[in-house]
Design a protein around this ligand. Sequence first.
Ligand code: NAD
Length: 499
Amino acid sequence: MQELTHYINGEHVTGSSGRFSDVFNPATGEVQARCPLASSEEMDKAVAAAAAAQPAWGATNPQRRARVLMKFVDLLNRDMQKLAEALSREHGKTVPDAKGDVQRGLEVVEYCIGAPQMLKGEFTDSAGPGIDMYSMRQPLGVTAGITPFNFPAMIPMWMFAPAIACGNAFILKPSERDPSVPLMLAELMEEAGLPKGILQVVNGDKEAVDAILDHPVIQSIGFVGSTPIAEYIYGRGCSNGKRVQCFGGAKNHMIVMPDADMDQAADALVGAGYGAAGERCMAISVAVPVGDETADRLIEKLVPRIEKLKVGPYTAGDDVDYGPVVTAAAKENILRLVESGVEQGAKLVVDGRDFSLQGYEDGFFVGAHLFDHVTPEMDIYKKEIFGPVLSTVRAGSYEEALKLAMDHEYGNGTAIFTRDGDTARDFANRINIGMVGINVPIPVPLAYHTFGGWKKSAFGDLNQHGPDAFKFYTRTKTITSRWPSGLKEGGEFHFKAMD
Ligand code: NAD
């Protein structure tokens, strides 16, 4: 069985803590690798290497730093197929979906190539007599990021591309469930010309995370994952005086108005609800048709589409709609929540509980489920299921639908499907959710905008990527300078009187 490593100071380093976790092939259920779980001593080594390498990197001009990212983009394109297959093998998502994971990260890298422009400071000439004032953005030093299993390429790149473009060293603690692609990304960054120690990967679990949270040298922490862990990391990281941004879970509602194009809405819901087996923080997990007639029409269109979904391993070809979920525990959790929905009175319109795939009986495949008549008190409504399960909550009016989405504790993404511009505009203005789609089910902002939710979906002031990333990974220094402006006479300066 393959034993994975850490990537510290430009070397693959075998884990020395004696602790490992299993990495599965979710399609077969087999353990395919062991991931080392770092001790705080191993984290110390990475931090020391980062601290030694960062000053020279921070002093390298931004254009040269950007050139490394340019070359990295070429290498990502060169290795796209290899990266996507490695990703699918550990995560379970289809190869086209895995390529999308790499591609969306690559787009953030491309955006960060604009670092020289983004890092330009501000200058005020003659702020007073002979006085100039200017501000500059300087790197923080050693930064770190903790990432989830569901986008093992994109989310690490969301963090390390801007961190490194800004002149920081970055330590990545990826998900222990699919750590191979993050290791490959670190190798490619060095092939692109990044000095050793600037991007390191330390694998691990809570022990490694706590070592990051408490390490005095680490200046900032980025986190993406579930809300309870986001809250923990935000609290402990901030109380240790670090700059922290944490992005958590989601329960994304899609409101379907009576005037919506129902075929378009149904297609959108199937893609957004079941794609990647529902393991996306921007997946739609709640459909909110307005009015019973809309609900009946929508369900009628959804059922045949859902029943047609092709579930299979990533090796079965590009026409597979979604693959297995990441672990047996994730599968059990999803099926437990489905049972709770049935027990609590929701109507299971498409029942995937008995789903099994011939030849892959031990894989972590979950059939597609559709619930109707879900109410806000039910667990399937309150909790993030993170699986191929769509819940329908019928709303009596637009106001009721809006209030439903607003009252949910999560506020990552949402969408409205309507032909009415007035309703769409009202929704976009009033909703208390960070990312809004109008006839777009998964409104993921592109790299040059920022990504982030509201309420319990995000903690901290700044979003991911876009201009916010350059703020998060730098600190501002403002310099006020006065130079003698008098004529030099007899070896002495004569200063003009200040007003
Ligand atoms: P997770 O919270 O279980 O794990 C995320 C990271 O935290 C991993 O690196 C993991 O090793 C670490 N971790 C886990 N338990 C820990 C603990 N007790 N103490 C310290 N660290 C711990 O999340 P996941 O299952 O990997 O990812 C799925 C979750 O991520 C979902 O809730 C999803 O909505 C969320 N997510 C959010 C966004 C977003 O941008 N808001 C994006 C992707 C995923």
